[in-house]
Design a protein around this ligand. Structure first.
Ligand code: ADP
Ligand code: MG
Length: 447
């Protein structure tokens, strides 16, 4: 059995990066083969999930190639693995092992606010300082300074955090203030429910707030009746100098189904874009978040993560939590090699193989062009951007080299590919439309 597993390992070792192999396969063992019912022991629950989703088909195939009639494979977590917990706040009085910091149980404070969202733990950089400053101004002059305050930007960039920080801070300064936080979805279902059951008091609930925060506004757009109700609510509050804060994934003028009068109400106030933080800010966020969990990360690990996660802060946090939990369970310091292993496992997934042809076709299709247009040397604007997006996706989804990207598009010079990828990378941060187009094409690729 040991030899069998060893030969599986030898084969897998040639197909994934060294770091990934060490991270996931080092302490594994084939513990049983009961007439094709295979049991494999892995180091911990992270590894277990990784095996079930990422390595299962590969392992199965190799076992079959070794003449095993595989019926099922069970991945179990090794119990004998000695787990040294990193010494944080464990004292002799409190010997319970620390749970991994994966989840943050929301502590709901007043008005549906989560008390973990504060200004103090919000890191400010060039991408969000305008939004941060406006939010502070709202705290100091609620209802008068920027009203409504409209924050927009991509997923996971801190809109909810900032909007709720305003609410939390206002309550801290003046505990009697009625802050009401809601998502537009909750507002909508509340409204529908009130209509259906002819409930009274719906309007009051929102119209009596001193500060009304409506998160993810885009979900209400297009739902006409609740937009009407929302419009009246905003009007009423605005007349009384009550503060309104709205977040959305895009600016008001780009929400096609938003009624004109609602759009014009938003124009009374201030609309501010939040973008993806630059490299230094990402490093600062990682530093602050690891410190607040009592973990020290060295500079190279932080830089590695900041360099490799460029989409949003939620993802940055997710990977950091994974790294800390993983290290803690193994009793090791979270370091560069572990971080590399984690990301290697996450990004080089063998289950989804996207080809260059698929990328070119889907991109062309999305922009209602022919693939030949994308491959052509036509410099018309309506073709140039799609072409650049195709190059960007070739890079981000297949990790293809620049010369190969150029080659796929029938070009000789790879510097154009480099510039195009760079240009779209920047545009994604600045231009929500490009961001959305890229996200939609990516969705179609993996659909
Ligand atoms: P959005 O509402 O824009 O989708 P969130 O406000 O939920 O994003 O932010 C996602 C996660 O990232 C949250 O856990 C939030 O605390 C964190 N976060 C976002 N921006 C920052 C920042 N500048 N500093 C610290 N944490 C941040
Ligand atoms: Mg949000």
């Amino acid at each position: 059995m040991h030899e069998l597993w060893q030969s599986v390992l030898n084969e897998i070792e040639t197909t994934i990066s060294h770091a990934a192999f060490t991270t996931w396969f080092k302490d594994t063992e084939l513990v049983a083969n009961d007439n094709g019912k295979i049991t494999i022991a892995v180091a911990n629950i992270f590894a277990q999930r990784q095996f079930q989703t990422k390595f299962d088909s590969q392992i199965r195939q190799i076992l079959i190639n070794n003449n095993i009639d595989v019926i099922s494979i069970d991945y179990i977590v090794k119990t004998t693995n000695k787990q040294k917990t990193i010494n944080r706040e464990v004292t002799t009085d409190n010997p319970t092992p620390i749970q991994p910091t994966v989840t943050n149980t929301p502590k709901l404070a007043n008005g549906g606010l989560n008390s973990r969202y504060t200004f103090a733990n919000f890191i400010v950089g060039g991408s969000n300082d305008l939004a941060y400053t406006a939010c502070q101004a709202v705290v100091n002059h609620p209802g008068t300074k920027y009203n409504p305050l409209f924050l927009y930007g991509g997923v996971g960039l801190g809109k909810t955090h900032l909007a709720q920080a305003v609410g939390n801070e206002i309550i801290k300064l003046n505990p009697k203030t009625k802050v009401h936080y809601t998502t537009s979805e909750a507002f909508y279902s509340d409204f529908v429910n009130a209509m259906k059951h002819k409930l009274s008091g719906f309007a009051d609930k929102y119209r009596k707030a001193d500060v009304l925060i409506v998160d993810d506004m885009q979900f209400i757009a297009g739902k006409e009746k609740s937009q009407d109700e929302f419009f009246h609510t905003i009007n009423k509050l605005h007349q009384q100098n009550k503060q309104i804060i709205i977040t959305s994934d895009r600016p008001p003028k780009e929400i096609p189904t938003l009624t004109d009068r609602l759009r014009s109400r938003f124009e009374w106030g201030m609309a501010i874009d939040i973008q993806m933080p630059d490299f230094e800010t990402r490093c600062a966020i990682l530093q602050a978040k690891s410190e607040s969990s009592g973990v020290t990360l060295n500079q190279e690990t932080i830089e590695f993560l900041a360099n490799n996660i460029k989409t949003n802060i939620r993802e940055l946090e997710g990977v950091l939590n994974q790294l800390m939990a993983y290290s803690e369970m193994r009793g090791i310091e979270p370091d560069l090699a572990t971080a590399e292993g984690l990301l290697a496992g996450a990004t080089h997934s063998p289950t989804h193989h996207i080809t260059a042809k698929q990328i070119i076709n889907k991109t062309a299709n999305y922009f209602q062009l022919a693939p030949a247009d994308i491959m052509s040397s036509d410099r018309s604007k309506h073709i140039v951007t799609p072409r650049q997006i195709a190059m960007y996706l070739l890079r981000s989804e297949t990790r293809m080299s620049f010369p190969n990207i150029a080659h796929e598009l029938g070009r000789k010079d790879h510097t154009t590919a480099m510039h195009s990828v760079d240009k779209i990378e920047k545009a994604i941060k600045l231009d929500y439309l490009i961001r959305e187009q890229v996200a939609e094409i990516r969705d179609k690729l993996y659909a």
